[in-house]
Design a protein around this ligand. Structure first.
Ligand code: PEP
Ligand code: MG
Length: 859
């Protein structure tokens, strides 16, 4: 590793082993909204921080939890261990490098007690930050992967014309005509990362130059790193010097903040309010576009009009010391009883698409609420004098951290359930109901950085008119549940969505994928009328949904459902599905320690087939690997899981698993109306390999007839080879989620690419067209079962491209059928040929949007 010339890019190596994580996932707005700067966080698996590059240690926080290293090119990189660790006041931390010392990449900088920090801090996530305005920017980074100390983490380089903010300077003169204030700092932990970032960010939009002097040094208050470098502690005397138009007000506001013990988090709000009354929250530092229209990604289509509500995960404060153990135990028991009552109501909710997920999550939380390990852990702490809240929080966080260490990501995700339950009980301990839903005004547009599935499900029945998330992906769990609940939802709206003041009237347009934050009164009235008309239309579409689907000129198009459980099969039938075009059998294999037996599988498939009545059932063989790892499969860790052992490749690598599943399907009483679908096919070799197993089983089981076998077209390879596949397969089914990811080379779960990962991209459409043509040439049927089939807007286009079957999420089927019925084949073909000529996905969307009035359908 070398950091040679001043303008050469600098490589920063991982200072800790662990999992490199996007900053958006850090549970602190200062880091997540990049108020301090850009970078990557590491979820550490060991407690020693090493130097990410050669450099000089310029700041070490008094509490040893943070350190700034100046690289050879002059960039001051901040390493901040954990979140809210300043409150530990140095407990568990040991610093190995003094201020002013020169270090080499890999040298030990500080160490910390991983267990203690995990138990006592809000999070272990350790951001590595290239400060905003320091003259450097992140050129590329590695995130979403396991890193060892010394692995590549980031490359940084000069930020174009931007000049570094002046850092701490010994005695640099402040501008003329300055106002001065001296004061004692009363912030509990001094000017640490959060108040420094918030103060610096709050000065962005004010006309004032502000310098802070302390301990013989001076810092430009616009630079968070320079402020931190002052090392100001609680009780220190500092001097503020300000000049410029807003100098007086800014100085007053800053003085008020710095002199208030608990004001750190609200610092920016107060300062911002002094200078620009409209900016009220830290998130308001991120500006909205001039027209007030925020673009996002559609996760659930529809239109919502209402009042903005900012939803944050409740984070009740707890005190450590408790009263008598018997008193604290009684408090905890009462709080758990409040939460239990609510969870039991949710667990018994009547069946329905959204409620199914609600029931499952409530049942899981109920189990955790009475978990003997958790209760034992909390009880032990109460027994030694801790408060009920402190004990409950400590017990749940310890268990959550243990889960986070597990290799199976799905088990790791259960840690979120624990944190969720932690909040529910703590809210109940403080006298709340543990549910936010009751506090929401009617027609709320709920805005949040992210939502846990349980938070979303708690909103059911509470008049939520729409959901807008700053992060997230259109195929995430929350998006899928929102779609099932019929709540218009936009994701990836960016941090500006968190800046919208609560109570603002907004229009969430899940047809165009935009959130309108400053609609005119006319627009509001028009949108409200549309919502009413839309609800009426949905009711009439549902009433007509049981009819066979045909285009306006009578061409038959089959509309089936994608399902992943018996409950969804029931919902599909109610919504008019003509069968199941994709049964994701993963639901039987995930979240367990051993594979399901043949009998277990047969019983599950049988129940679904019965629920579908006489309709066809397409059973996809296990699509494991990649983003769907399975705990009991010894799949090796992969550099690129999406390009590795997944889909049918996993089945062929573990043939016993595939054989058991195929035996279960071949043995079904309803075999005649079942068909098999093979995921992630590359070419006919995959198909031959599965057919060989099937032939073998058929001989072994002595079945006279075979079963139809279709292949999924999810890779550019299989689309380009569709002709040879169609010669040998009984049907083709296009998985647009993966086909888009592989065609555009964009990870389907990547939050920053979510807006561009569009299955309507003309490159994907050309592969769909080619597949359908090849299939027809062989007299085969072409289905689309990826997410694009659930977009009503796209239905006529897909039909025009030659697709004969759409398999969609149950909730959209009535609307899909209505839209297909409003187009004649000639119009569909015209649309398809126009779309194939488009150059971008946006152009295709614009083309389709123009067809909306023709169909009279609001998607
Ligand atoms: C697809 O890739 O489009 C598909 C239907 O499969 P899955 O979403 O389950 O990967
Ligand atoms: Mg797929």
């Amino acid at each position: 590793m070398s950091n040679p010339g001043a303008t050469d890019p600098i490589t920063l190596l991982a200072p800790l082993p662990g999992w490199s994580t996007p900053l958006e996932e850090v549970p602190d707005e200062v880091f997540a909204a990049r108020l301090l700067g850009d970078g990557v966080a590491i979820d550490p698996t060991a407690g020693t921080v090493h130097a990410p590059c050669d450099g000089e240690v310029v700041v070490v926080a008094a509490s040893g939890h943070a350190l700034t290293l100046r690289t050879q090119g002059g960039c001051e990189v901040l390493l901040h261990v954990g979140i809210d660790t300043v409150g530990l006041a140095g407990e568990g931390f040991e610093v190995h490098a003094a201020v002013g010392s020169r270090v080499r990449a890999g040298d030990k900088l500080l160490s910390f007690d991983l267990d203690l920090v995990a138990r006592r801090a809000k999070s272990l996530l350790t951001p590595v930050i290239v400060p905003a305005g320091c003259g450097f920017r992140v050129l590329r980074h590695s995130q979403g992967r396991a890193v060892a100390v010394g692995d590549f983490l980031m490359q940084i380089g000069r930020a174009g014309e931007a000049q570094p903010e002046p850092s701490t300077t010994a005695g640099a003169p402040a501008p003329a005509a300055t106002l001065t204030r001296r004061l004692g700092v009363r912030l509990e932990h001094g000017i640490h990362a959060r108040p420094a970032a918030l103060l610096a960010a709050a000065l962005k939009n004010v006309d004032a130059d502000v310098r802070v002097s302390a301990r013989g040094r001076q810092a430009n208050a616009r630079s968070a790193v320079a402020l931190m470098a002052l090392g100001v502690q609680h009780g220190d005397e500092i001097e503020l010097r300000a000049s410029g138009r807003d100098a007086g007000r800014v100085l007053e506001a800053m003085a008020a903040v710095l002199a208030t013990p608990a004001a750190a988090v609200n610092a920016a709000a107060t300062v911002g309010a002094a200078a620009r009354p409209a900016q009220r929250a830290p998130a308001a530092l991120v500006t909205l576009p001039a027209d007030g229209v925020l673009p996002g990604v559609i996760a659930a289509a529809g239109l919502g009009v209402g009042e903005a509500v900012q939803l944050r995960r409740p984070e009740p404060q707890v005190v450590e010391a408790g009263a008598e153990p018997a008193t604290e135990t009684a408090l905890l028991t009462r709080a758990r009883a409040t939460v239990r009552a609510r969870l039991e109501r949710a667990a018994q909710a009547p069946a329905g698409a959204g409620s199914d997920a609600a029931r499952e999550i409530a049942a899981a939380h109920l189990e955790l609420l009475d978990d003997p390990e958790l209760l034992g852990g909390a009880g032990a702490l109460v027994g030694v004098g801790k408060s009920a809240g402190f004990a409950w929080r400590s017990a749940l966080r310890a268990a959550a951290d243990a889960l986070r260490q597990l290799p199976d990501p799905r088990l790791r995700e259960r840690a979120d359930d624990l944190l969720d339950l932690e909040s529910q009980v703590l809210v109940a301990l403080q006298g709340g109901s543990g549910s936010v839903a009751s506090a929401l005004p009617p027609h709320s547009i709920v805005l949040a950085r992210e939502l846990l599935p349980s938070q979303l499900l708690a909103l059911e029945g509470s008049h939520v008119a729409g959901i807008g998330l700053s992060g997230g992906g259109a195929t995430s769990h929350v998006s899928i549940i929102a779609a099932a609940m019929g709540i218009p939802t936009l994701v990836a709206l960016g941090p500006a969505v968190l800046a919208i003041a609560a109570g603002t009237a907004v229009v969430l347009d899940g047809r165009r994928g935009v959130l309108e934050t400053r609609p005119t009164p006319q627009r509001l009235a028009g949108a409200r009328a549309e919502v009413v008309a839309w609800a009426a239309r949905r009711a009439s579409e549902l009433a007509a949904a049981q009819r066979e689907c045909r285009t306006a000129d009578g061409v038959r198009v089959e509309v089936l459902a994608n399902i992943g459980s018996l409950a969804e099969a029931e919902a599909a039938v109610k919504n008019g599905a003509e069968g199941c075009g994709l049964l994701r059998t993963e639901f039987l294999f995930l979240d367990r320690q051993t594979a399901p037996t043949e009998a277990e599988q047969a019983a599950a498939y049988e129940a679904i087939a019965v629920a579908l009545g006489s309709r066809p059932l397409t059973i996809r063989t296990l699509d494991a690997g990649g983003d769907k790892p399975i705990a009991y499969l010894p799949l090796p860790p992969e550099e690129n899981p999406a390009l590795g052992l997944r889909g049918v490749r996993t089945g062929l690598a573990y043939p016993q698993l595939l054989r058991t599943q195929l035996r279960a399907v071949l043995g079904l009483r309803e075999r005649a109306r079942c068909r098999l679908l093979l995921p992630m096919i590359t070419d006919v070799e995959d198909l031959h390999a599965v057919r060989a197993i099937l032939d073998d089983l058929q001989r072994e089981l002595a079945f006279p007839t075979g079963i139809e076998v279709g292949v999924m077209i999810e890779t550019p390879a299989s689309a380009l080879l569709a002709e040879s596949l169609a010669r040998e397969a009984d049907f083709l089914s296009i998985g647009t989620n993966d086909l888009t990811q592989y065609t555009l080379a964009m990870d389907r779960g990547h939050p920053q690419l979510a807006a561009r990962l569009d299955a309507l991209h003309p490159a994907v459409l050309r592969l769909i067209a080619r597949t359908a043509q090849a299939a027809h040439a062989q007299g085969r049927h072409t289905a689309v079962c990826g997410g694009l089939a659930s977009e009503a807007l796209a239905a006529p286009l897909l039909i025009g491209l030659g697709v004969n079957e759409l398999s969609a999420v149950p909730a959209v089927i009535p609307q899909l059928k209505a839209r297909i019925g409003s187009f004649a084949m000639a119009d569909c073909r015209k649309l398809a040929s126009q779309a194939l000529e488009c150059e971008t996905a946006a152009a295709v969307r614009a083309l389709l949007a123009r067809t909306l009035p023709q169909a009279g359908v609001v998607p």
